[in-house]
Write a protein that binds this ligand. Structure first.
Ligand SMILES: CC(C)(COP(=O)(O)OP(=O)(O)OC[C@H]1O[C@@H](n2cnc3c(N)ncnc32)[C@H](O)[C@@H]1OP(=O)(O)O)[C@@H](O)C(=O)NCCC(=O)NCCS
Length: 173
C-alpha cells in the first residue's frame, strides 16, 4: 500500500512543539497556494505560517480531528483533512503535484466517518466551481448540496468573484 491514511502524529514534533505532520502540510499548502492551484480555498494571498499553527492548530488539538495521507515510500504527507468539532466544518487539501487519483474521495469518506463517530453534524462547503470536491460528495452519495449564495466567508478570499457555495450537512443516522 503506497498511500496510508492515518491520524496526525502528535508525538513527533520540532523544538517549538509543532508536529512534523503540520510542517509538511504547511509546506505543500503554501507551495500550491503560491502556484495558484487552490482557487477555491478561502486564503487568497494568505499562506500558512508556523506562528499560526502554534497559536491555533497546536492548542486546539482536542477541538479538532485530523487525518493525513502519507506517501509511504518517501514518508511525505500529500493530503490532509480536518473537522472542527465545535462547528462540524470539514476541510480538505491535497498536494496537487501528487498525481495519484482517489486520495480526495478516500480521505473525505474517512474524515466524515470520524466526525459522525463523535455524534456531530459534519458540514462540507465548497465553491460551486470546485468540480473535484462536488464530484467527491456526489460519489459518496450525499447528492447536490444546498446552494448558498454569496457566502460571506469566501468574499474576497477566493480567486473568483462569485462566492456561491454548495453546502452538505451530514448527520449520523
Ligand atoms: C478537493 C481535492 C482534495 C480532491 O482531491 P483528489 O485526490 O483530486 O480527488 P479524487 O482523485 O478522489 O478525485 C475526485 C474527482 O474529481 C476529479 N478531478 C480531480 N481533479 C480535477 C480537476 N482539476 N478538474 C476536474 N476534475 C477533477 C477526479 O477525476 C475525480 O473524478 P472521477 O472519479 O470522475 O475521475 C483536491 O482537488 C484539492 O486539494 N483541491 C484544492 C483544495 C480544495 O479545494 N479543497 C476543498 C475545499 S472544501
Amino acid at each position: 500500500m503506497r498511500y496510508i491514511i492515518r491520524k496526525i502524529n502528535w508525538r513527533k514534533k520540532d523544538k517549538a512543539g509543532i508536529p512534523y505532520d503540520f510542517l509538511d502540510i504547511m509546506k505543500y499548502f503554501n507551495k500550491n497556494l503560491k502556484a495558484g492551484k487552490y482557487p477555491y480555498v478561502p486564503r487568497k494571498n494568505s499562506p500558512l505560517t508556523k506562528k499560526e499553527i502554534l497559536r491555533i492548530w497546536v492548542p486546539n488539538k482536542k477541538e479538532n480531528v485530523g487525518l493525513v495521507c502519507e506517501d509511504a515510500k518517501n514518508k511525505k504527507i500529500v493530503a490532509a483533512a480536518n473537522i472542527a468539532l465545535d462547528t462540524g466544518i470539514m476541510t480538505i487539501t491535497k498536494d496537487l503535484d501528487c498525481k495519484e487519483k482517489g486520495i480526495g474521495i478516500k480521505l473525505t469518506k474517512k474524515i466524515i466517518k470520524e466526525g459522525l463517530k463523535r455524534k456531530i453534524k459534519v458540514i462540507v462547503r465548497t465553491s460551486i466551481f470546485n468540480i473535484p470536491m462536488i464530484k467527491i460528495m456526489k460519489k459518496l452519495g450525499y447528492g447536490n448540496g444546498k446552494l448558498i449564495e454569496n457566502f460571506e466567508v469566501y468574499r474576497g478570499k477566493i480567486e473568483k468573484s462569485n462566492y456561491d457555495v454548495f453546502e452538505w450537512i451530514i448527520k449520523s443516522s
